[in-house]
Write a protein that binds this ligand. Sequence first.
Ligand SMILES: Nc1nc2c(ncn2[C@@H]2O[C@H](COP(=O)(O)OP(=O)(O)OP(=O)(O)O)[C@@H](O)[C@H]2O)c(=O)[nH]1
Ligand SMILES: [Mg+2]
Length: 633
Amino acid sequence: MNVVIGTAGHIDHGKTALVKALTGIDADRLPEEKKRGITIDIGFAELDLGDVHASFVDVPGHERFVKNMLAGASGIDIVMLVVAADEGVMPQTREHFNICRLLGLDRGIVVITKADLADEETLDLVKLEIAELVKDSFLQDSTVVVTSSANGIGLDDAKAAIREAASAIQRAEDTRHAFLPIDRSFSVKGHGAVATGTLHHGEIAADSSVEILPQKAAVRIRGTQSHGRTSEKGAAGNRVAVNLGGIDHSSIERGMVLADKGVFEPTQAINAEIELLADAARPLRSRQRVRVHIATAEILARVTVLNDSGEVALGETDLIHLRLESPTVAVHGTRLIIRSYSPQETIAGGRVLDPFATRHRRKGFANARSFLSAIADPDVSRADLLFAFVTRAGKIGVTPAELASRTGWLPAVISAEMKTLLADSAIVDAGGRFLSTAAFEALRRRLLTTIKRHHEENPLARGASRESLRSGMSPDAFTAVLDSLVASGTLSIAGDSVSLAARKQTLSPQEESAKQAITAALSKAGLEVPKIADLLDDVGRSSTLTTAHARKILQTLVEAREVVKVSEDLYFSRKAIDALITKLREAEPADRVIDVAKFKEISGVSRKYAIPLLEYFDREKITMRTGDKRVIR
Ligand SMILES: Nc1nc2c(ncn2[C@@H]2O[C@H](COP(=O)(O)OP(=O)(O)OP(=O)(O)O)[C@@H](O)[C@H]2O)c(=O)[nH]1
Ligand SMILES: [Mg+2]
């Protein structure tokens, strides 16, 4: 079992000395750290306990370097909370403990150091302080070990406690894409850029296709190592160093993420559930500017509290919107810590619920809250989470790729869950976009309402054109809605015209006679049709309808594809046009090229008809114009 253990605790409490006493490795690697005798940035060590391999991330206790502590604490499995026997619980003991709690850590051990500097009575006092601190928290029942790095007492107990805590970890099968928040980058002579980090989830192997986020820089993995040893791949519980090709180390920084390519998307707007510390200096308020720590990144952000009061009270848990000043990557469940802008203090922490939030106005809070509350349950099932995202996407729907960028889940996991939701009729597949059944039904109802209204307003029209019905639907959703209504026999489609299947067009006797008259006149005219306005005047007169009414009847004939509109003035019977097309194709002029004269010869029409007809054929792609000539296609 591989585990990553992070230290935590106040400055000078002996964290680095303890790691060294346990592992033999001095995690203080910077010259300045050696000179000043304090830890400034995170350092690393490892300990082989047989069945357990522990990687240590040693963090600085100095209040000015909490930012570095946060980068180190991200992704650890176990915290080793260090309290010096001679000083007891101090400000950064509390702050680091709070950070671990807010990061959702669920296991750890407490180590009292410097036992050689305290008498029995003081030790008991420190134990009481610790019990008070961790009461009702994830550390409440954890082992408290008393050690001294000076004389070596308690070190074996500490190792035993580490082994016990590590053995209790049950890693579920990793269902997520590789996600490695970067905490360091450097260059190794002869090898090039190296980025290191604690792998949050997924696997990183030499043949993985990866990119650096949020800038989506394509990189190549040349090799992976863990604690200086070449490893075939890194998995959760590992410290990983990745040798990268295609990038210079200077363009890789702490806060970036190395991840499977094409899955995660940068975001600058997230919704989260956060707990404000009971001992924060003041409530968290809308418009407040804060520092958000996500994985190894620190980003400035503006808060909108998603409740009517506009603030989160001390000790309360609530939903907030964060507008980030620069992009980062996160998925549902990614932990975050919030620190006040100035003075820099840890004030809150929680989880990202929606990594791609939209800006909310006050009247949208209720909707946002009900969506977020549904996915705030830490035990929410995968299907319920996906269903919530699909529902939230409304009539637009989401693609599996968009769901992957919200969850980090592997395609097989998403498709399996979607299958279940489809089988339960909770969602609908609209051409690769998923909509909730409720949203889909609403679209069906809307489309039916539109068609009914169209029929009422245009009693003579056969139906409505597809395009007029689409209003605001995505093309895929529209096609799916239309198909489903045709499949259920509710709608029928003829050409471009959509109508209620049950609808019968009933014409009055006058309308019927007008229709006959138009059809007969156009059939008789062949290609030498009269101007349509004249024809409609005649038809109107003989059938006692207005010309406008007669024109509507003409329109139904066009929709029924019995009559062809060639220009504003000229309408032909479908038969005449079809016969002309056949003639044109059978004429087989040289190279299939014709000019106007040749067309007139083939069709037998005058120039008055030839030009509009040719232009119509161009539009219908029966001919293609090149200069003065046309090619028959
Ligand atoms: N007597 C005694 N001194 C100790 C013990 N552990 C650490 N020290 C001393 O305490 C000082 C601080 O120890 P570090 O290990 O650097 O403390 P730290 O917690 O890593 O400090 P930061 O990383 O700066 O937060 C050093 O001078 C150590 O030699 C101990 O068990 N007994
Ligand atoms: Mg240290």
